[in-house]
Write a protein that binds this ligand. Structure first.
Ligand code: HEM
Length: 513
């Protein structure tokens, strides 16, 4: 197994344009042939046309024309770093995942990101912030594709394209518009917890180094005996969690998150995180006032236990090759880690690998950033830009050649499903309680920031109805929160209370705060 890239020496300079003159290398075409001219096209005299036979010119323009791959549909703006993960606890009672063998070190690549805006957007934009980790384990790659916030806006993948459409720029006017996304969220009360968190200062971290990371969903862990338990993962920043007020993030600058990460790594001030785990046995489920697989909820009150440490120690040599072409997918799991029935996670299991085969290509997994550090042995083949080096005729299975085999020890866990197949909401939606708990946990000054941040966007919404419904959700999370928001966005409290009564009449079984 490879050990990953060498760390940058402490005090080394950050990556920069190298304009120093070294011994000149001979320019070549992509076919390796040396060229004699690189500034002037092959033309028919001073007044004549440029010739199609100038293969170097054509190749140079054609390669330029193809420099861009489509940007990620979400999380387009990102920054990556190499590092190492060290398992620090024996959790073999919970999972057989080999990366968690106590003391084992596993190379990682991490990509941090913002979500909504394009690849070249400012890093000060308010957003959940992506925290995706690729562990190059000795049993294949495990991708923990999470965010800095512990919960999400919606609980079913079928809503994701609609939500993102509402948050992205208007398809006609090409500008982001709070009228559109609050129109969506006013019919999506389960988003109240996430909206409250993202409009707090958590939506503008002071640094990628000072963010926690969350796997958000529950995952199923399987031990060597085949016993299963559900778990959530969280990265706790050893630098502490520090955020900016919205204005200070803007002042920090367009590129402040990347600049900070690169500069600190180059100085040898390697950022690190503790990996924590929460465990929930099935016997606990009935006691909860929410669904344990609802990603709009945290598992509040369930203790965290430290199981490892991660240090980021090297800036990628090339942004495009490593960061842009990196492809994280929740479906990249390893033996001992399996999906839970979380309806968002289930959709993500399909969506990421699908978009990556389109965004980067069918052989996306063979690029250096994505390639497992173990041999890939299967019958998948060919496609654009394939360099597999396949030299066996046996590309089918079963075969008398018995050149590849499967082992029972790597079978997935089994489980029983006894349910009516239907498309309907989950029970125990409990849409507001945790938003209220989060609101009340904020210091007074940060409550002021939250109200100001939210009012700056919700206040732009022209529809009185939309503003009133949104405020009625905040009111159900916490009456003080709702009362302050009503004032901030100019809706009468009596109308808010009427909207609350309507909601509660339509959803009588749901506790609020
Ligand atoms: C990126 C879809 C929910 C975190 C992406 C990408 C897609 C996607 C298509 C682009 C991937 C690429 O081009 O490589 C979805 C769908 C979701 C969902 C369909 C819901 C069903 C979530 C949730 C989280 C999350 C709940 C956090 C737990 C991320 C992150 C990235 C990402 C961190 C960027 C990965 C990177 O750095 O390359 N998502 N997403 N997404 N998503 Fe989601």
């Amino acid at each position: 197994m490879q050990t990953g890239p060498a760390p940058v020496a402490p005090g080394a300079a950050p990556p920069r344009v190298d304009l120093s003159r070294g011994p000149a290398m001979q320019f070549t075409r992509d076919n390796g042939a040396p060229i004699g001219e690189n500034r002037h096209s092959k033309a028919a005299g001073d007044f004549g046309p440029v010739l199609l036979e100038d293969a170097h010119l054509i190749e140079k323009l054609a390669r330029f024309d193809r420099e861009r791959v489509p940007e990620r549909v979400v999380h387009a703006r990102g920054t990556g770093a190499h590092g190492v993960f060290k398992a620090t606890a024996d959790i073999s009672d919970l999972t057989k995942a080999s990366l968690f063998a106590q003391g084992k070190e596993t190379p990682v690549f991490v990509r941090f990101s913002t979500v909504i805006h394009g690849k070249d957007s400012p890093e000060f934009a308010r957003d959940p912030h992506g925290f995706a980790t690729k562990f190059y384990t000795d049993q294949g790659n495990w991708d923990l594709v999470g965010n800095n916030l512990p919960i999400f806006f919606i609980r079913d993948a079928i809503q994701f394209p609609d939500m993102i459409h509402s948050l992205k720029p208007d398809p006609v006017l090409n500008k982001q518009d709070p009228n559109r996304f609050f129109d969506f969220f006013s019919a999506t009360p389960e988003a109240t917890n996430m909206i409250t968190q993202v409009f707090s200062n958590l939506g503008t971290p002071a640094s990628y180094r000072t963010m926690d990371g969350n796997g958000v969903h529950a995952f199923k862990l399987v031990n060597a005996k085949g016993e299963t338990v559900f778990a959530k993962f969280r990265w706790i920043s050893r630098q502490g969690v520090h955020n900016y007020k919205a204005d200070d993030a803007v002042k920090a600058g367009f590129n402040y998150l990347t600049d900070d990460l690169y500069a600190e790594i180059a100085k040898g001030n390697f950022p690190s995180w503790d990996l924590m785990i929460q465990i929930m046995p099935e016997s606990e489920f009935a006691k909860l006032d929410y669904n344990p697989f609802d990603d709009t909820k945290e598992w509040l009150g369930v203790p965290f236990r430290k199981i490892g440490e991660m240090t980021l120690n090297k800036v990628p040599d090339n942004f495009f090759e490593w960061t842009e072409q990196s492809a994280f997918a929740p479906s990249n799991m390893v033996p001992g880690i399996e999906p839970s029935p979380d309806r968002m996670l289930q959709g993500r299991l399909f969506s990421y690998a699908d978009t990556q085969r389109y965004r980067v290509g069918a052989n996306v997994m063979s690029l250096p950033v994505n390639r497992p550090r173990v041999a890939v042995v299967n019958n998948n083949q060919d496609g654009q830009l394939n360099a597999s080096g396949r030299d066996s005729s046996v590309n089918y299975f079963p075969t008398a050649a018995a050149s590849k085999e499967t082992a029972d020890t790597f079978r997935n866990s089994t489980y029983t499903v006894n349910a009516v197949v239907d498309s309907r909401p989950i029970a125990k939606t409990n849409n507001f309680k945790q938003a209220g708990i989060f609101y009340r946990s904020l210091p007074a000054a940060e409550k002021v920031d939250l109200i100001r941040n939210l009012a700056a966007d919700l206040g732009q919404v022209r529809s009185d109805r939309t503003r009133t419904i949104m405020v009625s959700y905040f009111y159900q999370a916490d009456p003080d929160y709702g009362t302050r928001m009503a004032k901030a966005v100019n809706v009468p409290l009596a109308e808010v209370k009427r909207a609350v009564a309507e909601y509660q009449a339509a959803n009588p079984e749901q506790p609020t705060n």
